[in-house]
Structures are given as C-alpha cells and as structure tokens.
Design a protein around this ligand. Structure first.
Ligand SMILES: *Cc1c(COP(=O)(O)O)cnc(C)c1O
Ligand code: SF4
Length: 448
C-alpha cells in the first residue's frame, strides 16, 4: 500500500480563518466573537485540529471548538464592547493593539508569583529563562519554544504569545541553564517547557539538551518535555522532516541513562482517537521515553468524570501514565472556564473510582498556587465545621509535602486564594505571595 503524502503543518488564525470551508459553519455572532476576542487573546489553531478534532456539527458546544476558538464569554461585556467598537469603525491597527493591551493588563496573566518569586539568580544576576520553585526540578523556557501548534483558549501563558515584551519569560541560550545546574547539584529534573518546546526543530532541541549529557550534569537524571504536540500535531513524531531525528534523540538520551518523559497535555479523549496519534504514541514509547498525561479541568471542555476516566483508560492502554489533573489557574478568561473546587474534587474522585489501579497514578485536582501544588483531597467535618481537606503535592518548603491541612468549606471557591484556613494550625499553609515578599524584605529567602 502506498503511504499518503506527509501532511504539512498549516496554522490558522485571524488572518486566514475566513478562507477555511468551516468558517461558514459559524453563525454571525460566533464569527464576531472570533474577530473581536482574538484581538486580545491569541487565536491560533491548525488544519489538523479543524479537520480531525473539532466536530463541526456540534459547535459552539463542541469541546475542541471551545478549546481552540475564542469565545464571546472570555471577555466581560465592557471589555468586549471596547474592542468591538474599534473593530467596527476599522480603527488603525495600533489603536486596537493599544486598547487590547489595556484589556490584557486587566486580565492579569501572571498569578502565583510566577514572575517575581521563582526566577532564580546566579552570582546576583537573575536568570529569566529559568524557574526554580521546587528543590528537585528546574523549569527551562527555551527562547525558540514559546509558541504552540494551536493555542488553548484558557491558557495562562498567553501573555508570552502576544508580544508584551515585559511579560515574557525567555532564555536565548542554554548558558544560563548550564551554569545554574552546575551550581545546583540538588536538581535532578529539568522540565523543558514553553509554549510547546516541540514546536522547535529537533536540531534546536538538541542544541539545548545535548550539553546535559556531559559528566558534570550526572545529577540531572530526568529530562522532561512539556508538550501538547501529541494532541495538536502528532505528525511531529511521525511524518515531519525531522520526526525520525526527534525519536533518535530521545533514544540517545535514554541510552545515556536519562529518564526521558514527555509531559503530554491531553484535554479530551477525542484527541486520542486518530490513527496517527496512536502511531505517534507508539513511536515515542519505542524509544524508551515515557509519556505522562496531564491537563487542567476546564468547564465546557472536559468537566465530566466519565470523560476523564475514559481518557486515562485509553491512555493506559496506549502505554501512557496518568499524572496530574490540574485546576485551571485564575487568569483572564477564567470565569468562562471556571470549575469550583468542590465540583472539581467530585469529578476527580468519580473518575478515579472508575479506573483500575494502573490509572490511579493520577493526582489531583491540583492547584499550582503560591505555597506549592495544592491537592483538594475531599471534604470532611472538623468538629461542627465543614472543611476542605488539602495537601501539598509539591511545596517550596518540602517539609510541608503530604501533611493534611484544612480550609473552611466554600462551595463557590474556585482557587486557593479564595480559601481561608479552618483553624489557626492551618494558617501557615496559607502564606501568600505578599507575606512572603515582606519576609523576604526582612531577610528570608523565598526565591530558590
Ligand atoms: C508542577 C511543577 C513542577 C514539577 O512538579 P512535579 O510534581 O515533579 O511534576 C516543577 N516546577 C513547577 C513550577 C511546577 O509548577
Ligand atoms: S499547548 Fe500548552 S502552552 Fe500552548 S496554549 Fe495550550 S496550554 Fe498553553
């Protein structure tokens, strides 16, 4: 049988979406939403996502349509109207951009002290392409990996896609990474993240990671790559020009004794269905690299226990390891996607109960908050008080990991900062970014 010709990657955004045959499936209000909201929040999808993943007979409720197409409800009415007025009177591009920037700043894209608290220093110099929050693991944001094959509408990283330079994280070189790792033998894991680092050519990825195979970096045992390419562009692992070289590179890292893990972002079981995805997963697994599954729980995209159970079950069948269910961070379009913590915990527990032990490697629902990754374990009665039972899966202070603590139950709370300690004993777990800053000013170290 003849192999079909490899598909070429075709990005779709505001500039060309109207030329797509699917555009006529959107009603006028949906088109207007795309045209207005995408001035503020980056819109990028691709032909594969549109042809293979979105079910056009189900829009606008279709989960993958919600995942990659800007929606009216992602801005509040007043913000939407401000931008719409400019679009309607065909205002100059710079004028629209200036207003869009104002809206973006209102949307506050960097919660959890990301920019201020986790940027490490070396010899008194800040290293902006790195984050070091948890002792074992350094996050590395390669400068060339700051985009994705499609953008998730809820993504908190959108600030780095839209050209607000003062908000970008970026590392142009590996030098900072290497110097930092030399000085930090306690670091066992490097997690390359973005954007999506696998947007890069394999050659670029090699330039960043190959130096870590030198004997002086023996302590860096685990190389992880955060990616959504398996879902948004599986051709990256199968038919792209440098797909074979990517797999050869994984093999090389594994042969050098490194644990290689793709931290694969899967939002919906439909992403796992295409034949090419199955091939991509099998090819990665054949290199000796692991694939771990993680995603945020997002209203309108995947807020159903049956859906998560199915995703984990299929994942395990394909040889992947369920890893994290995240609570979506409190960023701009959040209210649109928000799932209250009480409901998130019920969805997690209902899904967890439906799967075999092999899928119960998953942990969640987890919030990446200032003190660490906070898991909502469940609810309980403490005396006559209803409480959330919480635990830290990761913490700035490793001593705090795995010790249950309690917050007052609040059915509407959707993020850690909306919770209050149940008792005085719980208060230390609720240290805030501003309190930490104050103590830093008094001499304590909060930055790794
Ligand atoms: C999640 C996360 C990690 C990795 O944590 P693991 O539990 O080891 O997967 C590292 N750094 C930051 C900032 C994180 O949010
Ligand atoms: S693939 Fe990841 S980084 Fe890219 S938009 Fe989606 S969540 Fe954000």
């Amino acid at each position: 049988m003849q192999e079909p010709r490899p598909a070429r990657f075709r990005a779709v955004g505001l500039n060309n979406v109207a030329k797509r045959p699917e555009w006529s499936r959107l009603d006028p209000a949906e088109r207007r939403a795309v045209e207005v909201v995408s001035r503020v929040l980056p819109f990028r999808t691709n032909a594969y996502v549109m042809e293979e993943l979105i079910d056009w007979s189900r829009i606008p409720d279709d989960p993958i349509f919600q995942l990659t197409f800007p929606q009216r409800g992602m801005l509040d009415r007043e913000q939407f109207d401000r931008i719409a007025a400019l679009v309607d009177r065909k205002a100059p591009r710079e004028e629209i951009e200036a207003e869009a920037n104002r809206v973006r700043l209102e949307l506050n894209p960097h919660p959890a002290g990301q920019l201020t608290h986790n940027v490490p220093e070396l010899d008194g110099r800040r290293l902006p392409g790195l984050q070091h929050k948890y002792r074992e693991t350094v996050l590395f944001f390669p400068g060339q990996g700051q985009t994705c094959h499609a953008y998730c509408t809820y993504c908190f990283r959108w600030a780095q896609f839209v050209g607000l330079p003062e908000m970008k994280f970026e590392a142009r070189e590996t030098d900072d990474l290497l110097a930092y790792l030399r000085a930090h033998p306690e670091v066992t894991d490097v997690l390359v993240t973005g954007g999506d680092p696998l947007i890069m050519k394999t050659k670029a990825l090699r330039r960043y990671l190959e130096p870590l195979l030198a004997p002086e970096f023996e302590h860096v045992r685990n190389l992880r790559i955060g990616t959504k390419s398996l879902a948004y562009w599986p051709q990256r692992f199968v038919s792209d020009d440098d797909a074979d070289d990517l797999l050869a590179f994984f093999e090389q890292l594994v042969a050098a004794g490194r644990h290689v893990a793709l931290m694969a972002h899967w939002s919906h079981p439909r992403e796992l269905a295409p034949e090419i995805v199955r091939r991509a997963v099998a090819r990665v697994r054949a290199t000796g690299a692991q694939i771990r599954m993680q995603a945020p729980l997002v209203r309108r995209v995947n807020d159903s226990a049956a859906l998560w159970a199915s995703m984990w079950r299929i994942g395990v069948r394909l040889g992947m390891i369920p890893y994290y269910m995240f609570v979506e961070r409190n960023t701009g379009p959040k209210n649109y996607f928000e799932v209250p913590l009480a409901r998130a915990q019920r969805i997690f527990a209902d899904a967890y109960r439906q799967v075999s032990g092999l899928a119960r490697t998953v942990r969640g629902p987890s919030m990446s908050a200032f003190p660490g990754k906070v898991r909502v374990v469940g609810t309980a009665e403490l005396g006559d008080q209803r409480v959330f039972v919480l635990e830290l899966l990761q913490a700035r202070d490793p001593e705090r990991v795995g010790r249950p603590f309690f917050a007052r139950f609040d059915p509407r709370a959707a993020w850690f900062t909306e919770l209050a300690p149940a008792t005085e004993r719980d208060a230390p777990f609720f240290a805030t970014a501003s309190a930490a800053l104050a103590s830093a000013a008094s001499g304590d170290r909060v930055v790794a």
